[in-house]
Design a protein around this ligand. Structure first.
Ligand code: UDP
Length: 330
């Protein structure tokens, strides 16, 4: 299949590109490199440096490539920034997303897999969270993802778009070739590993939550398991596949969780020494527990995570760091 991956030079996108290429697909990466890394695009995969929000550029790239399906990983994705600068998030994630859909309509491309997020749920009433839980995002990041999911449903009903929304929980780990490099880095595991490698000590955001050890619990999922789910979801968008006659939404998590302290302790076992850290105040907008019910991805997509261990996730990220001390060297 000829698949365009928006954000294919980013963390999740690059591992998905690797997986798609390994499965024999013809992949085109569309990325403006605002946060992605040109060096992450494998040799032999074409990179078009353009924004997914520019329908002329996107339609041209699609025509040259013969795109049949889109994996839409590109987005603005910093929760804190979304609160202080919502305009940036609405422009990119909603307006840009709709422009991508317009380019697809122009080209007659009707298959799309969307990188969505657990942030669409906000602070859940029940855990583990099922896909039918109410959507009450508590920040513009989650809100813009929710809005685009809804657009996909309406485009499906009116124009025959077939979409799968994958609501990621906490993505972690690395493949052989690709790992996580963000500037600034806000996520827990990269910050733990930065501290382990001699960077700033980890600031642990709050230990007075209503959880067994007082720190927040998250459902971490290995980025390679996520990439497997993308492949299965793309297959489910085939025009004769009843699973996407209407929009399909699946959570992606392991259905279990680890606290911030457990992640820190697992990382200490991986690196074989204590990791400098301090306890700071809570970070605004952090729900105490976010754990997925990922049964639907299993029953409908046939997806099973195969790397649920937190040490394996952290170990793969640590090994990748060791092999790429300068990230992608940009
Ligand atoms: N966290 C932390 N220190 C950090 C980064 C994150 O204590 O430097 C905590 C954060 O408060 C949350 C958990 O780690 O409880 C996971 O945060 P992350 O930003 O990785 O993912 P999120 O759950 O916000 O998507």
């Amino acid at each position: 299949m000829r698949v365009m991956v928006t954000g294919g030079a980013g963390y999740v996108g690059s591992v998905s590109v690797e997986r798609l290429v390994a499965a024999g697909h013809d992949v085109l990466v569309l990325d403006d490199l605002s946060t992605g890394h040109g060096g992450s695009v494998p040799a032999g995969v074409r990179l078009v440096r353009a924004s997914f929000g520019d329908p002329d550029d996107v339609a041209r790239a699609m025509a040259e490539h013969g795109t049949e399906a889109v994996l839409h990983c590109a987005a603005k994705s910093l929760v804190g920034e979304s609160v202080t600068n919502p305009a940036k998030y609405y422009r990119a994630n909603v307006v840009g997303g709709v422009m991508l859909l317009e380019a697809m309509r122009r080209r007659g491309v009707r298959r799309l897999v969307f990188s969505s997020t657990a942030a669409v749920y906000g602070t859940p009433e029940m855990t583990p969270i099922t896909e039918d839980a109410p959507l009450r995002p508590i920040n513009p990041y989650g809100e813009t993802k929710r809005a685009f999911e809804a657009a996909l449903a309406w485009y499906g009903a009116a124009y025959g778009l077939r979409s799968v929304c994958l609501r990621y929980f906490n993505v972690a780990g690395a493949s052989e070739m690709h790992g996580e490099v963000h500037a600034p880095e806000t996520h827990l595991i990269p910050n733990v590993l930065l501290a382990a490698a001699g960077g700033p000590a980890l600031n642990l955001f709050g230990d007075d939550y209503p959880t067994p050890d007082g720190t927040c619990i998250r459902d971490y999922i290995h980025v390679e398991d996520l990439a497997d789910a993308h492949l299965l979801a793309l297959e489910a968008t085939a025009l004769d596949d009843a699973r996407t006659d209407s929009q399909l939404i699946c959570n992606l998590g392991n259905g279990g969780g680890f606290s911030v302290r457990e992640v820190l302790e697992a990382a200490e076992r991986v690196v074989g020494r204590e990791i400098p850290h301090s306890i700071g105040p809570r970070r605004v907008g952090d729900p105490p527990v976010l754990v997925a019910s990922a049964g639907r991805a299993g029953t409908v997509l046939g997806w099973q995570p195969t790397r649920p261990g937190i040490e394996e996730m952290i170990g793969s990220a640590w090994a990748w760091r060791g092999r790429h001390p300068a990230g992608y060297g940009e």
